[in-house]
Design a protein around this ligand. Structure first.
Ligand code: GTR
Length: 389
């Protein structure tokens, strides 16, 4: 079926609530929030498996004076063991050389290998399956724009990344060959998004143990399918201090019920391994889905959330991402955190800054230095507050 790009063909819909009538902060936290998490696990993402019995971090290389002196570079290999099964994840970490104290950090997965997001040719290259098949080891720095290390480090943040394909190959039918192998007794179906989110949780734990980092200031980010993974990780582990969704679109930050751009039918037929089979059942019956994505965004509360879109990325439904963000805001408000009261449209400059921020930059589907400029300003300005208790 042709994707709908016509605003006048968006069906009339009713969104399920983020803060039902009569809700209290206590009941939201203790009952409503866990129920929503369970529904999202069942209907979309699958449960994130538990931590393995053993995680052993091996420091494979450390280099002071990286990035022209701006950073200390560490390359870890996480060795996971559960029962007799093992798996590995290679994490590339840059710490700012100048540190006024314990510094904040961002972590996120990459699509094309650790070597693709750094200009430094002497990092350990990743290998495995990426979005278009096996990744190429000669692509050193080819995706540097998605992780502008100089800007991030100069602003005093650390950055950590790992190759998503090492956690779970992005191929239908191959999901059980990823980290899900470690958990044969665990709730099924196993999904790729749950495997990628699991990896983000393990990276957060590694970062929390670095003495140079502030464990209470570790944020998670992701672009596109990895933005979906970042959201799923961020709502499951509340120790992530902040959550960034960059162009995460369908099954990410965009409202499913709008049926604009990528549809349930399209995403679940091209990428059946990302979600549980339940999601596909709602193709053409989006209104009957018990959840919608504003509720997922609301699960980030009371922590800071940033949702970003690109104006030409109609496949990801930028307006649907803005509306999901706007419809999630009542939760922050109810938890006593001041957030904007946006109208029906984003302002002409495309952004609403604040503790819960939203921006839409011109251009196409990508994670760009100009997105990072917004994220860095936002992260520098807002630390998580503990609301709602
Ligand atoms: C597209 C997919 C989107 C988005 C994107 C990406 O093909 O339809 O949902 O996840 O891939 O990850 O780049």
């Amino acid at each position: 079926m042709e994707p709908n790009y016509d605003e006048s063909k968006v069906p009339v819909y009713t969104l399920p609530p983020v803060w039902p009538e009569g809700m209290t902060p206590e009941r939201w936290r203790d009952e409503f929030r866990p129920r929503l998490l369970r529904q999202f696990a069942e209907l979309l993402y699958g449960e994130i498996p538990p931590p393995p019995e053993e995680t052993r971090p091996e420091l494979r290389a450390e280099r002071a004076g990286a990035l022209n002196g701006l950073a200390v570079r560490r390359e870890f290999r996480l060795h996971f063991r559960n029962g007799t099964a093992t798996a590995e994840l290679d994490v590339l970490l840059y710490l700012p050389t100048r540190r006024p104290g314990r510094v904040p950090a961002f972590c996120g997965l990459n699509f094309y290998g650790n070597h693709s997001v750094t200009p430094e040719a002497d990092v350990f290259p990743s290998s495995g399956i990426g979005p278009e098949g096996p990744i190429r080891q000669d692509q050193v720095g080819a995706y540097c724009h998605r992780l502008p290390l100089t800007e991030i480090l100069t602003r005093g943040f650390a950055a950590a990344t790992a190759f998503y394909g090492q956690l779970c190959p992005d191929q239908p039918g191959a999901v059980e060959t990823g980290i899900h192998r470690l958990f044969p007794g665990c709730a099924r179906p196993a999904t790729a998004l749950a495997a990628w989110a699991w990896g983000l949780l393990r990276i957060r734990e590694l970062l929390a143990r670095q003495p140079e980092l502030d464990p209470a200031q570790i944020g998670v980010f992701g672009h596109s399918r990895l933005g979906k993974a970042a959201l799923w990780a961020g709502v499951n582990d509340e120790r992530f201090a902040r959550v960034i969704s960059n162009d995460s679109g369908e099954g990410g930050a965009a409202l499913t019920r709008r049926c604009f751009g990528e549809s349930v039918a399209a995403i679940t037929s091209r990428f059946p391994h990302w979600f549980t089979p339940r999601f596909a059942e709602f193709a053409g019956r989006e209104n009957e889905l018990p959840v919608d994505q504003h509720q997922l965004l609301a699960l980030v509360a009371p922590r800071p959330l940033h949702v970003a879109s690109a104006a030409e990325d109609l496949w990801a439904d930028p307006r649907g991402e803005f509306l999901a963000w706007r419809e999630a805001l009542p939760v922050w408000r109810a938890l006593g955190i001041p957030v904007p009261e946006p109208g029906d449209e984003l302002p002409p400059n495309g952004g609403i800054p604040g503790y819960c921020a939203c921006h839409r930059r011109p251009g196409v589907h990508d994670l760009l230095p100009e997105d990072w400029a917004c994220y860095l300003d936002w992260a520098a300005a807002f630390s998580p507050v503990t609301g709602g208790r």
